[in-house]
Write a protein that binds this ligand. Structure first.
Ligand SMILES: Nc1ncnc2c1ncn2[C@@H]1O[C@H](COP(=O)(O)OP(=O)(O)O)[C@@H](O)[C@H]1O
Ligand SMILES: [Mg+2]
Length: 208
């Protein structure tokens, strides 16, 4: 991860990168699988959290070291100071991207579940994480998400009770070339899990 040396701190000088003797490659070797990020993106209710957790269940059973970072959860802590304005959504994804990058260096198969509506922000995370970034588009149409209305948020958004709601009053920019596009609108959950696991095996992130 030598490119980390090139990073500069925006607000503090005299910050010098300290290399660790145990490298990401050594951690991966110990684990017997790659560190990577499965970045689930899609509308609210598309199935990001459901699929990420189902994939984690499967990976855990395969003895893969995993961690799910969920949008709703980090809003209680790491990102509790952020709103859903455009600027704060950008900062939300920047923070999570940096954290996900650290998890990858730790050798963890990391699964993130964030709407992450802006293409440019997802590309920034791709730049942080590099070739271990796997974009997974949970491709459920707005009408289906709205009919599921898992958390009752679409109803509130339509009633004007929630500002900046993705798909209603704030844009969603779908991935143009995701590594994986999952039809979380019509396929059943286990078929979607299979699709993600098959990808990880095919590209040798994990062993069968
Ligand atoms: N193939 C599928 N993948 C994921 N979720 C699905 C699928 N089919 C139906 N669902 C349902 O869609 C809903 C998705 O909700 P959730 O995972 O909370 O969405 P998100 O995290 O994207 O906001 C759940 O009620 C889930 O049971
Ligand atoms: Mg969710």
């Amino acid at each position: 991860m030598s490119d980390q040396h090139e990073k500069t701190s925006e607000k503090s000088s005299n910050v010098v990168w300290h290399d660790s003797r145990v490298t990401p490659a050594m951690r991966e070797q110990l684990n017997g699988h790659c560190g990577a990020v499965l970045w689930f993106t899609g509308l609210s209710g598309a199935g990001k959290s459901t699929l990420a957790n189902a994939v984690e269940d499967r990976l855990h059973a395969m003895k893969v070291h995993t961690f799910v970072i969920d949008g709703d959860n980090v809003r209680h802590g790491l990102c509790a100071d952020l709103t859903f304005s455009d600027d704060d959504r950008v900062e939300n994804i920047r923070r999570v991207g940096e954290v996900a990058g650290l998890f990858v260096q730790a050798g963890i198969l990391t699964l993130t579940a964030f709407i992450s509506p802006f293409r440019a922000d997802r590309e920034k995370v791709r730049n942080i994480v590099g070739e271990r970034f796997i974009e997974v588009h949970c491709n459920t149409a707005l009408e289906i998400c709205e009919s599921r209305d898992v958390k009752g948020l679409y109803k509130k958004a339509r009633a004007g009770e929630i500002a900046d709601f993705t798909g209603i009053s704030s844009p969603y920019e779908p991935p143009e070339n995701p590594e994986i596009c999952v039809d979380t609108g019509s396929n059943d959950l286990s078929a979607c899990v299979d699709q993600v696991i098959d990808y990880l095996i095919r590209y040798q992130f994990i062993n069968r």
